[in-house]
Design a binder for this molecule. Sequence first.
Ligand code: ADP
Length: 273
Amino acid sequence: MALLTAENVCFSYDKKGDVIKNVTLEVNEGEYIAVIGHNGSGKSTLAKLFNALLKPDEGTVTVDGFSSSDKKNLYEIRKRVGVVFQNPDNQLIASIVEDDVAFGPENLGVKREEIKERIDFALKAVGMEKYLKSTPSRLSGGQKQRIAIAGVLALKPKILVLDESTAMLDPQGRKEVLEVVKNLNKEQNVTVITITHYMEEVVDADRVYVIDGGKIEATGTPAEIFKDRALLERTGLELPLAAKIADKLISRGVPLKDGILTREQLAEALCAL
Ligand code: ADP
């Protein structure tokens, strides 16, 4: 059974026109899903529909069997779907890391002993266990965002939604956060939905949804999506950098195979020549 489904979901902010138009999608337990689309295509709105911050005008969003259209399910849904937003500074509230991570479970009424366990688990999962007593404002962007992820993990969500969570980070911070998220998916079986405009972050996903003008334009593996150049052009998306370089080299006669998406694949193919 799918862990999260959207069925014929429509949503508008001000009744002037739908921002989300008849979206139907499924996310299975343990999947790593990327949602891509250019600015204003509806990605963030979708993220908020996933954790019931917004409610569909039409259609249903169901998480682990709980429909977000029923008010009494909101608590169950928000327990299961944790969202990490773009700006780490807006997500950290306490002046000590451990208090920040404890904030969510404290609000859920989790017992003191268990909160301690959850803080340890969450900080370890993001590789920040040494920073238990640190001041968040003194940390780097990547470290802050890892603390924000720990705060969400302390709620033990089944689904982690990353809404452009690496957009404000430098390349090192992006790498740190990506590694943590990939690890959580592989080692802890956390289902991941990442919303991003960095195509490099899409290549590791199990499946991709392309959204354009509030509609699902396509779904497939990263290889399938990036092979469809007409789709990319139509939806204003770019190729990952390694794929762009490979394309250029092929057009200049370098005999590389099709379908190169990552730096590693490109390096391997070049070395093989
Ligand atoms: P994306 O995340 O893909 O950039 P959004 O979901 O943020 O797209 O926005 C989709 C559309 O909804 C845009 O046209 C945007 O201007 C509009 N929108 C987003 N948030 C609001 C809001 N709070 N009130 C009114 N319109 C909004």
